[in-house]
Ligand binder design. Structure first.
Ligand code: MN
Length: 743
């Protein structure tokens, strides 16, 4: 580390400069007395953090000032939040107590700081504790949403200033961010912050791809700007001549969203057409907003032909997170599709700043989508039965999905996630309606429970008093609410059956002269490889375990006693970690330690040498090696950080690794033959499987091959691309295998 020469006077001046910038950013919301409050909070923060520095060497106080600035400028929050942001780390990291805060700033500020301090442990090393903390975090959200908004500002600043952190910290923070904070920002309508969080996470988790896309974007920047100018010119002129005041400009898409598109469609960067969108921001009087948007739409589509399938009207029905905008995709002057987003200044502010801006405009907002969402969160949290980890998963799924609008028979509007089924709708109406649902009529036609609803459907639910929730319902419902209700009712039903089973078992044991006690029940549970005594009782009641099985148990009882437990054993995990870490470094070397430590390559991402990887300690299968950009990586790292071990490849070439290639091309009789020749004869690579789809002369195939490392693979791809008729060769992340379970 280089010597740090600190000029304290210069630092003091810099702190004041940053403070003044914060005041300027909050100006629009300041009322009488506010400035004094902010000053007081600032002084308390400076004083209590005075001896602390950040990893970068900078004074710690830069951080709370920056968080307050983000809260004011990028989220549009007011004085209370600015005060809380300035003080957000004070109680946790310094001698200042919550009582001090309450005395100086009042109850409201103290309550928010308390919430911020409590949720700082959300990502604890213990996974169930972590899920529990997440629940707490959502509870504070239901309580005062400002806690979450400030937390998001805090996380955003930490992500922006992460370069001095050690690599494993960067990966952990990044995965938490994509797993939880970005979806929360999305749900709260903070689109700008959501995109930035995703980009920053990607910058650390997938360094090479991030830099690659960034470079590509820069190369074509001038050309793109020229195109945008040409595109805008006739529209801007027409808008003006029609008397519409508007700001029109091109807006680049985020690197993360471009990468997503490349992955989803399995296409190279060059084939992603929407690297930017055109945005038309109208300066409209409140009463003309909707009419002006459609007028602008008409003007845009006079110049360019629209794609009728791509019109999205969130002006008439805003999204649940408050988003309002009119989107259309039109054919640009060079035969290229261009997305155009039309909205007013007010709508734009809501889209950029989300929640806070939304409340500013809506005086009585009790029926707004956001308010309904928070109501739903509250309702879900009230269900004490649901398993915290499952809940987290279901809930997270629901954070990102878009909504559709469904009508009740009486014409009331219900919002559901876009892939919701008739059964989700039934549970949305009422738990009892869902639980007794046997079918539905959609637009007067009879449909099954798992029918996928379409935007605008009118749905009538058919119930029967004989119906009860079924296990397989969980396979198709999507809302967190329906899942939680079905699970808790199945659990209740199972508990009742288990009670009967307990009595049956008691009788059976008696007849075998085995005494009924906790010890024996425990042994029996292990013998039948079940997780709990309740499962045992349940299986007895269901007849899965009968008298014959129990006799067998009696005969082998001695063996049973010594059988190892199949359950998660934290001690086992810890000792594995110790084995790895007691060696020269704490990095697992793949290829070398194979004999000493049991590990496997994960099938969800098929890592090969050269890939950035990490090890994940599983319960029954030793260590699994995943790529850091594995679709499951973020979840594993965010939830089970303590089970992650660093790993890298040693130089060895004897081993072969399975990976998948997707090949597209123009179908030609000899194509498959040519491909296999390159693979097996030229490269001497073994193929495991080959699937080919041919449709109207378009060829699409996937090939699983064994390669040595990424260099080997890159060479193979390069060579395959040269085969005549081939238009694309890409490696794909995951073979169609089930998602890794973290248990
Ligand atoms: Mn902080």
């Amino acid at each position: 580390m280089k010597d740090l020469v600190i000029d304290l006077e210069a630092e003091k001046a810099e702190i004041l400069k940053r403070y003044r910038a914060l005041l300027r950013a909050s100006k629009s919301t300041l009322q009488k007395g506010d400035k004094r409050m902010i000053r007081k909070a600032f002084e308390m923060a400076v004083e209590s953090h005075k001896d602390m520095r950040r990893k970068s060497g900078e004074p710690y106080i830069y951080h709370p000032i920056a968080v307050a600035q983000i809260a004011a400028e990028e989220i549009g929050l007011g004085t209370t939040s600015i005060v809380c942001a300035l003080l957000h780390d004070v109680v946790e990291d310094t001698d200042v107590t919550l009582e001090d805060i309450e005395r100086e700033f009042g109850k409201k500020v103290a309550k928010i700081i308390d919430g911020l301090t409590k949720i700082s442990g959300v990502f604890d090393t213990n996974s169930s504790l972590q899920a529990e903390n997440f629940r707490k975090m959502l509870l504070t959200l239901a309580d005062d949403v400002r806690v979450i908004l400030i937390k998001l500002a805090d996380r955003l600043h930490n992500m922006r200033t992460m370069e001095f952190m050690p690599r494993d910290k960067q990966l952990k923070l990044s995965s938490e961010t994509v797993y939880l904070y970005a979806p929360l920002a999305h749900r709260l309508g903070l689109y700008a912050i959501k995109s930035e969080l995703e980009d920053l996470s990607m910058k650390y988790m997938e360094r090479e791809t991030y830099q690659f896309i960034k470079k590509k974007l820069n190369e074509k920047k001038a050309e793109r700007e020229k195109f945008i100018q040409d595109f805008i010119q006739p529209v801007a002129a027409a808008l003006e001549s029609q008397g519409l005041k508007a700001d029109i400009f091109g807006r680049p898409k985020s690197i993360h969203s471009i990468w997503n598109k490349m992955k989803k469609k399995a296409i190279p960067f060059e084939e992603v057409y929407d690297l930017f969108a055109i945005r038309v921001i109208l300066d409209s009087a409140p009463e003309n907003e909707k009419a002006d948007c459609w007028k602008a739409y008409s003007i845009v589509t006079d110049s360019y032909r629209p794609n009728p399938d791509r019109l999205r009207d969130w002006v008439s029905s805003p999204k649940a997170n408050g988003y309002e905008s009119l989107h259309t995709t039109v054919m640009g002057p060079r035969g290229q599709w261009v997305e155009v987003q039309i909205r007013t200044k007010r709508m734009n502010e809501i889209a950029e700043k989300g929640f806070a801006a939304h409340w500013k405009y809506k005086e009585s907002s009790s029926d707004s989508g956001l308010d309904q969402w928070i109501h739903k969160v509250r309702e879900l949290l009230r269900n004490p039965d649901s398993n915290a980890l499952d809940f987290l998963d279901d809930f997270k799924m629901n954070l990102f999905s878009d909504e559709i609008f469904i009508f009740t028979p009486k014409g009331a509007l219900i919002q559901l996630p876009s892939n919701a089924t008739a059964l989700d709708f039934a549970f949305e109406i009422h738990t009892d309606v869902g639980a007794s649902c046997i079918g539905a009529k959609v637009n007067h036609k009879l449909v099954p429970l798992n029918y996928n609803l379409q935007n605008g459907d009118q749905v009538e639910i058919i119930t029967s008093s004989k119906q009860t929730p079924k296990e397989d319902w969980l396979n198709f419902v999507v809302t967190a609410k329906a899942k939680a209700k079905i699970k808790s009712s199945l659990k209740e039903a199972k508990r009742k059956i288990a009670e009967d089973g307990k009595e049956i078992l008691e009788r059976k044991l008696k007849s075998l002269k085995i005494s009924y006690n906790t010890d024996n029940i425990h042994k029996l549970t292990n013998y039948f490889k079940l997780l709990s005594s309740q499962d045992l009782f349940f299986n007895v009641a269901k007849g899965v375990i009968d008298l014959k099985d129990l006799k067998e148990y009696q005969a082998t009882e001695k063996v049973v006693e010594n059988k190892p437990q199949d359950k998660i054993d934290n001690e086992q995990v810890q000792s594995l970690i110790r084995t790895i870490k007691s060696k020269d470094s704490d990095i697992l070397l793949i290829g070398e330690d194979m004999q000493k430590i049991d590990y496997k390559l994960a099938t969800c991402c098929n890592p090969i040498p050269g890939d950035d990887v990490f090890g994940f300690i599983t319960v029954n299968e030793g260590i699994k090696i995943h790529r850091t950009n594995c679709p499951n990586a973020a979840k594993l790292m965010a939830n089970y950080g303590y089970r992650i071990v660093k790993a890298r490849w040693t130089n060895q070439h004897e081993l072969a690794f399975l990976t998948g290639l997707r090949i597209t091309g123009i179908d030609d009789v000899g194509l498959i033959n040519k491909l296999t020749t390159v693979i097996s004869t030229d490269f001497k690579v073994n193929m495991r499987s080959l699937t080919v789809d041919s449709d109207n002369g378009i060829f699409e195939g996937t090939i699983m091959v064994y390669v040595n490392d990424t260099i080997h693979l890159d060479n193979l791809i390069k060579r395959l691309k040269q085969v005549k008729g081939v238009t694309g060769v890409t490696r794909f992340d995951s073979a169609p295998t089930p998602v890794e379970r973290a248990s």
